[in-house]
Structures are given as structure tokens and as C-alpha cells.
Design a protein around this ligand. Sequence first.
Ligand SMILES: [Zn+2]
Length: 337
Amino acid sequence: MSTPLLSFTNKGIYCPAGKFYIDPWQPVNDAIITHGHADHSRPGHRQYLTHKDSVSILKYRLGNISINGIGYNETVLKNGVKVSLHPAGHILGSAQVRVEHKGEVWCVSGDYKTGPDPVAVDFEPVKCHTFITECTFGLPAFNWPTEKEVINQIENWWRTNIKSGKVSILTAYALGKAQRILAMIDTSIGPIYSHGAVDAINQIYQKEGFLSGHFPYVDPSTPKQQLEGALIIAPPSAVGSAWGNKWKPLSIGMASGWMMLRGSRRRRNVDGGFVLSDHADWKGLNTAIKETGAENIICTHGYTEAFSEWLNHLGYNAVSEKTLYEGESLENKAEEQ
Ligand SMILES: [Zn+2]
């Protein structure tokens, strides 16, 4: 049997013919990075290649690295292997990696979503023989409401809090989801502020032209009087920490795909749970996979066993592989820096 085009090694997904890795979790010479979340873009590689809109994010997170950015659909040759990046719809600059050699095509999804997002380029299916997919929300129970419905729920929750004299803290991933919310929410309801981790990423999105508006930085030294009627966007770790205690009474909300599960609000001790994810839901995963035309599917993170079993039942040749990708973690510690 010939060597597969991509294989799973202890350092990450490796292309032996091209001598490069995709989203490796151990330091390597040549790393292609799907997007800027910490579980996919790790420090210590000698050379990074990513989408041009991810360059500032990676530099912010990883410091002075050697990095090149390319556009979507642009082809790069690595030791005779054709590599190109295609929109993944997950966050700013997120890309699927298409790899072609001797007529065989593989595609690595990274993280992706198929729904709309005002601060990311829409997902585009890539025709391939083998598709390496995430399946963070690969169970039928995950069926997202529309973005508009969710934003309306957040706005109503915020208005109710203003009436009861509470400051609203909405937790969301600092990279991607926070900016998606800021781009959609009705800014006339009241003032909106950002936790430091969110503010740092806002500045990158604003510099790249993907976000406009004024969402000033707050920290525990900000006086309570300044925050009357305010909505503060903060990373998930702010819940349960003493970070916002000074501004009590508070109402805490959380925007996450996990809010789809019964009891998740209570378990996380939050008042408002909003189903908003930057990952594909069950339907999105199934549609995306079908549109690749691939026969072979490799599931990397999420409900990998159940989902690959489902795909086999549909007639695909599906397996799961262990990786260090985390999908949508509620703890999200790596994002906060
Ligand atoms: Zn991600």
C-alpha cells in the first residue's frame, strides 16, 4: 500500500511528500496553520504559513514568528505538493487546507461553520477524495437557531437587565465570537465595553477592516457609575472569577453551542444562555461533508466515534483519529493570555 498523502503523527497531521505539517501540536520546521485559536496555532515552529488575515492574530498571540500569509485559492508548491487555503467560515482568516499530489486531493477542515458570520468569509466546500473534518457538535441534538434569533435574545436579555438596574456581562470566545456579536448587536440599546482579552482582538479586527464601532476596555478599576446600563463582552473565564464583582448587581450570559444542552446554564451558573457557535451543527457537518464529494472521512475532534459510525452507516469510509484539538471548550483558558 502506498504512503497516504497525510498521516497522523505524534507531532500532528503530516504530509511526507511535501514535508510539512498542518496545525501541529509539537514544534516542527514547516507548519501550515488553519486559524488563530490556540489549539491550532501553537508556538515553536520554525516557519508558519497561514491566510493573510490570520497573520496579525498569530503575531499577537505568538510574538515574533517567521510567517507568510497567502489569500484564499492561492496555490503554493511544497516539494512538488500543491497547497491552497479555502474559507472555513469559522473566524477571521480561518481556512481549510487543500493538499494535492499526483492527482490525489485531501482537505483538512480545521474548525469550520457553514452558517453566516459578518466577520468571517463564508465556508466553501472543497472537492476532495479524503476530508479530514472536525465534529465538535456531531450529534443530532445540535441544531442551531438563526444568528438573528440569537442576537434578538441577547438584546432582550440586555434590555431586561437595564430595567432591573443590572450590569450585563456576556461571555464569548475572545477571538472570533466576541467580534461576531459586536458586529451584529444593536449598539443603540446602551454602552458596550470589552474585557482586555476581547479588546486586544477587537483592535486587530478593526485594523483589518472587519469591525467598526467603539467598545472601550474595562477592568476591575472601572467605577460602577460608568457602567450603568452597560453590556460587557468578556471571555468565559470571567464567570465565577472575582473579575466583575465590583459592579454588582450583575447578570451573566454565555454565548456557546453548548447552551443547546439542557441544564448547561445551571451548571455554568449563568442567567442567560445563548446558542451561538463558530462550529457547524449536525446539519452543517452533514451538508459540508456531502458537498466535498469525498469517500474517505477522518474525524479529528468532538464526537468522533459516534459521528464516524454515523458516516459509515451512510456509506462513507469513515474513521476517527486522536488529536489535541479542543473544539469549543467552555474553559477556553488558552484564549485569554
Ligand atoms: Zn477554532
